[in-house]
Design a protein around this ligand. Structure first.
Ligand SMILES: [Zn+2]
Ligand SMILES: [Zn+2]
Length: 898
């Protein structure tokens, strides 16, 4: 039962983290008994290292899965990582740049080898960190999106969708990064607000001398590629222009005036330029009106030959020259400052260029319809429910999905182009000859698939699909997905669509969307702001359990999580409190010669008699624990993690430690060789550890092992049952009695604090109650109350001052004279009066005077700051608010002084 004096989680957390892995207790088995509860991890990028958002996500998953495991479910938490196409490619390219080479110097095959080498060397980072933080996942089922098995699933899905006509090649507007030379998904584009300009340009109308239309644009260089201007058919100002054309300045090209809703009569002049090759909305308008697409900017962001005099210029240089030329030609009406949102490549910060290119697409509409249905009929539920609306909005306006990327790292598209007849062959295995012309000259499509294509298959590809494995049959559909809102569309929606398409069943029944972790000022964490909390640093400092508890506690649904040092510190104090409670018990056990013991069937254990009867505090703690367990179970089941954490905190600290152990200490004083009743104490303690285990796995394991080690016990607390509500453990009588004891002791303590009385000085008091039954209960526990409150009590029937009884008897047991001061406090059933002994009056007066002086000083200080204009001008609002709040607090305290 040796236990260190100080709680130092750093000493035992790594040990248990490794021990859990080595013992294989988190390994799932399809044949295991119990209902199935399965969940796949949102695979972190293989390039990543664990950030605080992961830690939140993994804590919520881990609490849920540990809880289900303890409930007897056949659980699986499947871990793994994503190959993260562009992110990983960039990392390796940067390394190559340090060696002074590019991927093109190496060639594709050699480059891929280098990425794999990099993955072997650094790809396990996240895994190591997750193990260290206690994630109870099944590492024997770890997957990587580029594993052979998953790659086979990807090819199978691609071929089937292609055969079904749901994959096609087509022209589309994509976000293009001229630096990375690839199409980007919307998630890979970072938008920042910048101060730009709006250039107003006028185009002369052909056939109507002196008639012009004025268009406004933030990118004047694109006007070189205009192939129309649009007005709204309803716009009365332009009825005379229907069917006319304008002359495009600088290019001297005649382009039509089209009627399209693209032009909003309420916005600007009501006329817009149409550049189908360089803007997505214009691209679609171009399709509607069959307009030519003139590409004036190329993949390197240089002007093309179609840009005439500007050919070869960089796009930004071209902008300057176009503006100058327009001005010279008298076509520039005005230039305004204009705030705009600039899209840049999230990886390299180069402004993206919308470009038309030939890409591979998935038709989404047919799959989206079914994916909407399953949410409508409740087969997939979003929590919190407000995300359902966001999901519908996205799904109803879904566009075809561009799945090709011009990268080298990823799943190569299983399509081959015949060099003879241009036939495209899509196949599971590399074809040897063109099925149309027989030529052997087949070249595989150079593109790879969007990373989300493979992660979209994650819930079934990781379980062995396309093979009909036992894992797939047992663990699909998964029970739950816990993830962030930012990938609700990119990932969650696509998993639903692809799961329905290939498994004929939803991939998960519930989706819990977690919040964002913010810093103490409510700011989003980012490396550039320097406010990032590194989970490995804070867990090293406070212990993993404390950070988990802190995160759960501030996890109120629907709000972001504000994680502060103060919160982490107080969680550590909580862990420390438990440690000290354990230390106290273990030392007592040694003193009393008590061996570690746990009941064979804790689920059925009820407190036993020690001597004549079952100690009241044992009946009470079992009843309280029973109530707490019922509420915690409900809270975890409904993802109210903050509530579960607060219930645990309240029970452990304010019931188990503050009252139960204090009452037990009195028992030990009564009888230092206490032997009877230990079984109750140990059973209550073990139950408390079980209750707490999903939230604080390390601390509870460390303590439980000392109690319960032995050949017939499970190897870990993670495998024992979770406390459940039992009708027979509820003991209202015990709760009522201890409730009265708590009420009176609390009254006495409050009186003492309010009147600045020395906590060590034993006081004399009288307790009044008109309810004789209550007084009877008080009499029964008078000794404990008097000791805990440090007051000698006289009991009186009736009310204070109500003449309830005569001959108030004071005996303070010290022979000290009694002073004239008395203090009274009342609750619904009781009045408590204490007399302040003469010997205390002087000291009390001094304490009060000192406190008054300090408060007055603080108030003066705060007021001075709040009237200092210079300070107010400079200080952040938060600091000022804080001072105001403190001032109000000081004033309230001052008013309360006796
Ligand atoms: Zn880029
Ligand atoms: Zn051919």
């Amino acid at each position: 039962m040796q236990i260190d004096k100080v709680y130092e989680p750093q000493r035992f957390e790594p040990h248990w983290a490794q021990s859990w892995i080595d013992s294989g207790i988190f390994r799932a088995s399809p044949g295991a008994p119990g209902r199935v509860f399965s969940l796949v991890i949102p695979p972190p990028n293989v390039t990543g290292s664990l950030h605080i958002g992961h830690m939140l996500e993994h804590t919520e998953i881990d609490v849920t899965i540990r809880w289900r495991r303890m409930l007897g479910y056949n659980t699986l938490w499947l871990p793994g990582t994503d190959h993260a196409g562009i992110a990983t490619q960039m990392v390796v390219e940067r390394k190559l740049a340090e060696e002074g080479i590019t991927r093109r110097d190496l060639g594709r095959e050699e480059f891929e080898k280098r990425v794999w080498q990099w993955k072997e060397q650094y790809g396990d980072n996240i895994k190591r960190q997750m193990i260290r933080l206690g994630a109870s996942c099944d590492w024997s089922r770890e997957r990587f999106t580029l594993d052979p098995g998953l790659s086979r699933a990807v090819r199978e899905v691609f071929v089937r969708l292609y055969e079904k006509g749901l994959i096609y090649r087509g022209e589309y507007m994509v976000n293009w990064c001229p630096r990375c030379q690839t199409a980007l998904s919307d998630l890979e584009v970072a938008h920042t607000d910048i101060g730009g300009h709006l250039w107003h340009i006028r185009y002369p109308v052909n056939g109507l001398p002196d008639r012009f239309v004025t268009v406004a644009t933030t990118r004047p260089e694109t006007m070189l590629g205009d192939t129309a201007v649009a007005v709204n058919a309803q716009d009365a100002r332009y009825l005379d222009l229907h069917g006319k054309t304008v002359q495009l300045p600088l290019m001297d090209r005649e382009i039509p005036i089209i009627l399209d809703d693209l032009a909003d009569p309420e916005f600007g002049t009501g006329v817009v330029k149409v550049t189908p090759a360089h803007d997505l909305n214009d691209f679609e308008a171009g399709r509607r009106h069959n307009l030519p697409k003139i590409k004036v900017i190329d993949e390197n962001a240089k002007m093309t030959a179609a840009a005439g005099a500007y050919a070869g210029l960089d796009r930004f240089e071209a902008r300057k020259q176009v503006v100058a030329a327009l001005e010279q030609a008298g076509a520039l009406v005005k230039v305004e400052d204009y705030k705009l949102s600039l899209g840049a490549c999230a990886r390299c910060k180069t402004p993206v260029e919308p470009l038309v290119s030939t890409q591979w697409f998935v038709k989404m509409k047919p799959m989206a319809e079914r994916a909407i249905e399953v949410v409508e009929n409740g087969r997939v539920e979003f929590i919190p429910a407000n995300w359902t609306k966001t999901y519908y909005e996205w799904m109803h306006k879904i566009r075809d999905w561009c799945i090709s990327r011009q990268l080298w790292w990823g799943h190569r598209i299983p399509a081959w182009h015949c060099q003879e007849c241009r036939e495209i062959v899509v196949a599971r295995e590399t074809p040897s000859a063109c099925p149309r012309c027989g030529s052997a000259e087949l070249v595989q499509d150079p593109d790879v698939l969007d990373t989300w294509f493979s992660s979209g298959l994650w819930p079934f590809s990781t379980l062995g699909w396309p093979d009909q494995t036992e894992d797939l049959a047992t663990y699909y559909p998964t029970s739950l997905l816990i993830t962030g809102f930012d990938i609700l569309f990119f990932w969650v929606a696509r998993m639903i669509m692809l799961g329905l398409e290939f498994m004929g069943e939803v991939p998960f029944h519930q989706v819990y969307i977690h919040a964002l972790v913010r810093d103490a000022d409510g700011q989003k964490m980012s490396k550039t702001k320097g406010n990032v909390i590194d989970p490995l640093v804070v867990t090293e400092k406070y212990g993993t359990d404390a950070i988990r508890m802190a995160m759960l506690q501030c996890n109120t649904p629907g709000t972001d999580i504000v994680l502060t040092e103060a919160r982490m510190e107080s969680s550590r104090a909580f862990a420390n409190k438990i440690w000290n409670a354990a230390r106290f018990l273990f030392q007592r056990m040694e003193l009393c010669g008590v061996e570690p013991w746990v009941p064979e069937n804790l689920e059925k254990f009820l407190p036993e008699a020690a001597g004549a009867e079952v100690p009241i505090e044992d009946r009470w703690i079992f009843s309280r624990l029973n109530d707490c367990a019922q509420q915690v179970n409900r809270a975890i089941e409904t993802y109210r993690y903050h509530e579960a954490a607060q219930l645990m905190w309240q029970f452990v600290w304010h019931e188990f430690c503050d009252w139960y152990l204090e009452l037990k200490k009195l028992r030990f004083q009564e009888n230092s060789g206490l032997t009877a009743g230990w079984r109750n104490i140990l059973a209550a303690f073990e139950n408390m550890l079980r209750l707490l285990h999903p939230a604080m796995p390390f601390l509870t394991e460390e303590l439980w092992q000392r109690l319960a080690a032995g050949p017939t016990r499970p190897v870990s607390i993670a495998l024992v049952s979770y406390p459940q509500y039992r009708r027979e453990a509820t003991d209202f009588a015990a709760e009522r009695e201890i409730g009265i004891l708590q009420e009176i002791v609390t009254m006495a303590r409050t009186l003492r604090a309010e009147n600045k009385l020395d906590p060590k000085q034993r006081l004399a008091g009288t307790l009044f109650s008109a309810n004789d039954t209550l007084l009877e209960i008080v009499r029964r526990h008078a000794e404990a109350m008097q000791k805990l409150a440090n007051v000698s009590l006289t009991l009186e029937s009736g009310h204070f001052g109500g003449g309830g009884g005569s001959g108030l008897g004071f005996g303070d047991g010290t022979g000290d004279g009694l002073g004239g001061l008395s203090a009274v406090r009342s609750t619904a059933e009781f009045d408590l009066m204490v007399r302040v002994p003469r010997s205390q009056e002087e000291a009390q007066g001094k304490r009060i005077a000192k406190e008054r002086e300090q408060l007055e000083k603080n108030i003066a200080n705060s007021k001075r700051q709040l009237s200092d204009e210079v300070f107010l001008g400079k200080a952040p609002q938060k600091v000022v608010d804080n001072i105001r709040a403190k001032l109000a607090d000081y004033e309230a305290q001052l008013a309360k002084l006796p």
